[in-house]
Design a protein around this ligand. Sequence first.
Ligand code: NAP
Length: 282
Amino acid sequence: MSELFTGAPVAKAIRASLEERIALLKQRGREPCLAILRCGEDPGALSYERAAIRGCELAGIQTRCIALPWTADTEELLHEVDRANGDSAIHGILVLRPLPRQIDTQRVFRRLRNDKDVDGITVPSLAGVFVGRDWGFAPCTAEACVAMLDHYGVPLSGSRVVILGRSLIVGRPLSMLLCARDATVTLCHSRTPDPAFLSRQADILISAVGKAGMVDEGFVHSGQIVLDVGVNEGIDGNICGDVAFDRVSPLVRAISPVPRGVGTVTTAILARHVVSAAENLF
Ligand code: NAP
């Protein structure tokens, strides 16, 4: 039977590492605070908002939610970004996606202050990840995958990693974080011929595609560590990952479940970024 890499102990350890730092900030009169900006009521955005609030609350971090209607335009959202940028009581800003079609997403991201960009969506933050310098924050989910592997003692140096998905919030920055840790990384996407064949060569397989059950027996081997980043609605209406868990878990060395896996760690990383942003803003 494979080992289960659940997110809760990882998140707990991250939050424990923040306690002293938060206490110090509070002593200096600063309550770390995250602003969450959202348009509309997308279920995925609402679910991430609830998780982010809970992750921050558990760590002792304040949150402020600013919700605009789905009909909001770019100027309205930019106005809220400007307010959060200029508010010295707010240290981190999370802009939830999806944003409505009429909003110029790139303009919104460019307006965000880099030092408050706790989810690593601005170009300077991503540049920092790609150059390997501490210029900002990495996207929380990408960092959560690395935290998960570190927590469970998976060696990265010299390991062969296959990542399914090349988005700017997961696959691409994760490839750079792992490359910086001396892993050999293969990044697959929708045009990759035979991703299952490539996946079978990996010591560590990470799926961030968004297709329920796509990763099946044909993608894995018995010595493999599998991290499932996908969050999908299964045919039974329940949340599930990209990995066909029941079929794959008996075949691999270790696997993270969905829910209770990487997502749990993502919000703890978010909390850590808010604390770092609050410290950096002195
Ligand atoms: P995205 O922007 O839609 O990217 C999906 C990626 O998967 C794309 O790069 C796409 O390739 C690739 N892809 C599609 N079909 C593929 C296939 N058959 N083989 C290999 N790659 C394929 O999605 P995302 O925002 O990165 O999110 C991915 C999943 O992670 C979603 O389920 C999302 O809900 C979840 N997620 C979880 C967390 C968390 O904290 N747990 C956080 C963020 C996202 P192309 O580039 O060629 O289109």
